[in-house]
Design a protein around this ligand. Structure first.
Ligand SMILES: Nc1ncnc2c1ncn2[C@@H]1O[C@H](COP(=O)(O)OP(=O)(O)OP(=O)(O)O)[C@@H](O)[C@H]1O
Ligand SMILES: [Mg+2]
Length: 398
């Protein structure tokens, strides 16, 4: 009997580890069988700082997702995050001896295009195919079977700092998992929530997490840019803590309940002072000024990434945000005013099963990682997809 096409996806975020067990359906959708998130300490700005604490959180999230699904999966597709991620462009052309494009020709051209030189302290995380051309005709989606002399492939090669990647691999392995695929978190998040027509006409995706913001740009159906800003919602909490003289749990609560950008409210809030005895009065205006200063800095850092893309009219489908940080009140309209593009919150799409749980924007990375595992190497009913993935896509870190 063929094995069920099951996938375990893991996102080791700065504030929480998410794990998802999914089944690839023959109609291309993903059925979520188990999903869990465990708060994590020991991560900073998407990077591992305390190996044991992070490994414990991974183990806990994966155990809970597995038990919900009634599975015991150990082979995992894992998101890679952090501002060390960088992209390089690669192209290659191959001649077609048989006069017809075969699947192995597509793989060969892609593999050749991915041979771009990068610094010796960096490793390839993922090769993303951006486009194929047959005898110079670009934009061919599935050229297998076409009669042609030449095949061109264009790729984006996502690289990361080798030591950072090794630490991530170490915690995942310590948690008892076998990593079989690595997916850049910003790309995974975009794939978790964006529709094909948005990717076609042009869209910016921001995954606003606790310590990072993933930035991707899609246009013409393909990813054009990927970057990570080392700033997320945690910095607002720490600014409020320092600026208002409250402990960080109070600062976090103030942020979730009262903080907003562009609200311009008056009045005061009562909070308990650090000692827990006396009551402290906080001017809402002061709280808003602290939030707004950090959001302004964050938006400027995102703009530095977006300025690397040429688009005279901006992204036709606007900006789609995910991640807990995107839930800051007033953020979409603040950005609409600042950038002049429509901004909306994204939710994971194309899901069956436990989709109510998995539609939270905080699960977009885990959903996208599962989808990447499914679409990169996975064929339903095939038992050899793991070997195919390993052979072709795993360039990593032995
Ligand atoms: N309603 C809300 N309003 C404002 N901020 C929120 C809200 N809900 C969650 N957040 C913030 O979202 C952040 C966590 O987001 P998320 O879970 O996407 O991060 P992460 O994946 O752990 O981190 P990263 O992606 O940076 O590695 C926290 O800073 C949290 O305070
Ligand atoms: Mg995240």
């Amino acid at each position: 009997m063929a094995k069920r096409p099951l996938i375990l996806a893991v996102d080791v975020g700065t504030t929480k580890v998410s794990a998802l067990v999914g089944e690839a359906r023959s109609d291309g959708e993903l059925t979520v069988l188990g999903i869990a998130a465990t708060p994590v300490a020991g991560m900073r700005r998407g990077l591992v700082y305390e190996v044991e604490r992070v490994a414990l959180a991974i183990r806990d999230a994966v155990n809970r997702a597995n038990s919900m699904a009634g599975t015991d999966l150990k082979e995992a597709a894992v998101a890679v995050n952090g501002d060390h991620l960088a992209v390089l462009e690669g192209q290659a052309r191959i001649g077609l001896k048989t006069g017809t494009v075969r699947e192995e020709d597509v793989e060969h051209a892609t593999h050749k295009a991915a041979q771009v030189a990068h610094d010796t302290d960096r490793e390839t995380v993922q090769v993303i195919r951006r486009g194929l051309a047959v005898d110079g005709f670009r934009g061919v989606v599935d050229p297998v079977g076409m009669v042609a002399h030449q095949l061109d492939a264009e790729v984006l090669v996502v690289t990361g700092v080798a030591t950072v990647l090794k630490n991530l691999k170490r915690v995942v392995t310590m948690a008892g998992l076998h990593p079989i695929l690595w997916v850049p978190a910003p790309r995974a998040s975009a794939d978790g929530v964006l529709a094909d027509d948005e990717k076609q006409i042009g869209v910016v995706h921001l995954d606003v997490g606790g310590g990072t913001t993933g930035v991707t740009v899609h246009r013409g159906g393909h990813i054009q840019y990927l970057g990570v800003v080392p700033l997320g919602g945690e910095s607002i909490t720490s600014d409020l803590s320092v600026g208002l003289g409250v402990v960080s749990t109070q600062a976090e609560r103030l942020k979730l309940e009262y903080a907003a950008v562009g609200a311009e409210r008056d009045g005061t809030l009562e909070v308990r002072a650090v000692s827990g005895q006396s009551v402290k009065l906080i001017a809402v205006k002061e709280l808003e000024e602290i939030v707004e200063a950090r959001v302004d800095e964050w938006a400027s850092m995102v703009e530095q990434h977006l300025s690397r893309i040429e688009w005279p009219k901006g992204p036709a489908a606007g900006v789609v945000m995910t991640g807990g940080g995107s839930l800051l009140k007033g953020l979409p309209s603040y950005l609409e005013n600042r950038w002049g593009w429509p901004v909306r919150l994204g939710v994971p799409i194309g899901l069956g099963g436990l989709s109510d749980l998995s539609r939270s924007p905080g699960y977009s990375v885990a959903v996208g990682v599962a989808r990447a595992a499914k679409s990169l190497g996975f064929r339903p009913q095939s038992e050899s997809w793991i070997q195919r993935l390993l052979q072709f896509w795993m360039t990593l870190w032995n």
